[in-house]
Design a protein around this ligand. Structure first.
Ligand code: C2E
Ligand code: MG
Ligand code: MG
Length: 259
């Protein structure tokens, strides 16, 4: 199968997108996003290949490659002496998280990178996928948290967003889905959803980050309703790992965000 060759031939690469506090200017971390450096078609985004491998056993191998590469990257940034090591998140497919031996596999991956403290690794779980079997998922999440890794609920608001589930899934961070954020300036319903998720996160004592922050105006609106953490093209696009140190040293939040 030709996707297999992408893994064997080392054609997958991770890009990294900064996650920041737009009020304080602190860089909170980065999210690892997979790309396929295709020999003929160039750099491909996940939408162009993930759906095809999603239900294939290779998805699990790819997922482990992602975690392993992110851990290698964290240790490289650490060795370069980035002033504060970066919290790095990776996206985890439901099939991967629901593997009976996921915790053992994660333990092995962490053991292969003894210089990386596990709390620098965060796993992003799709809210929709997590909802399939909450009992099982929360057991796995708790076991992984015992290893030190953290969890985020990705694309929050697109699934059922049940309060019971939120209560039972021990994710420390909620990521507001970018579709709501994108339209919050022009659509009152989307704004209401964003406000609702922020309030929910506060009630449950979880951190909350807005995805898809494309403009300065989005940032300003988010600050007004109490969300300081943000990620999006308006801050930085996903970039090769080698660009991250310079980006961190140069980035400053927009002046209007600090007033
Ligand atoms: P996600 O985890 O919700 O990641 C955010 C996506 O939104 C990324 O797309 C990112 O490039 C894009 N994005 C960030 N800021 C903005 C913005 O301001 N505007 C717009 N329009 N888009 C923005 P990307 O990299 O194409 O990834 C798409 C999805 O593919 C991810 O959504 C995630 O669910 C999945 N994915 C990416 N990498 C991996 C991976 O390593 N493993 C797994 N299982 N899934 C992955
Ligand atoms: Mg994500
Ligand atoms: Mg998302």
């Amino acid at each position: 199968m030709y996707k297999r060759q992408a893994l064997d031939n080392h054609q997958f690469v991770l890009y990294y997108q900064p996650k920041v506090n737009i009020k304080t200017g602190m860089v909170k971390g980065v999210e690892a996003l997979i790309r396929w450096q295709h020999p003929e078609r160039g750099l491909l985004n996940p939408i162009e290949f993930l759906p095809i491998i999603e239900n294939n056993p290779m998805m699990i191998e790819m997922g482990e490659w992602v975690i392993d590469s992110a851990l290698t990257q964290i240790s490289q940034w650490q060795a370069m002496g980035l002033n504060s090591p970066l919290n790095t998140s990776v996206n985890i497919a439901a099939v991967q998280l629901q593997q009976p031996d996921f915790t053992q596999r994660l333990t092995k991956l962490l053991a292969a990178h003894p210089d990386v403290e596990p709390h620098y690794l965060e796993l992003e779980v799709l809210e929709t996928s997590a909802l399939e079997d909450v009992q099982h998922i929360s057991t796995i999440m708790n076991a992984c948290m015992a290893l030190g890794v953290k969890f985020a609920l990705d694309d929050f608001g697109t699934g059922y967003s049940s309060l019971t589930y939120l209560r039972r899934l021990p994710a420390s961070l909620i990521k507001i889905d970018q579709t709501f954020v994108r339209d919050m300036l022009i659509d009152v319903d989307d704004l209401a959803i964003v406000e609702g998720v922020i309030a929910l996160a506060k009630s449950f004592k979880r951190d909350v980050i807005a995805e898809g922050v494309e403009t300065v105006e989005h940032g300003a609106a988010l600050l007004q309703i109490g969300c300081e953490l943000a990620q999006g093209y308006g801050i930085a696009k996903p970039m090769p790992a080698s660009d991250i140190p310079r980006w961190i040293s140069e980035w400053k939040p927009d002046i209007s965000w600090q007033s």
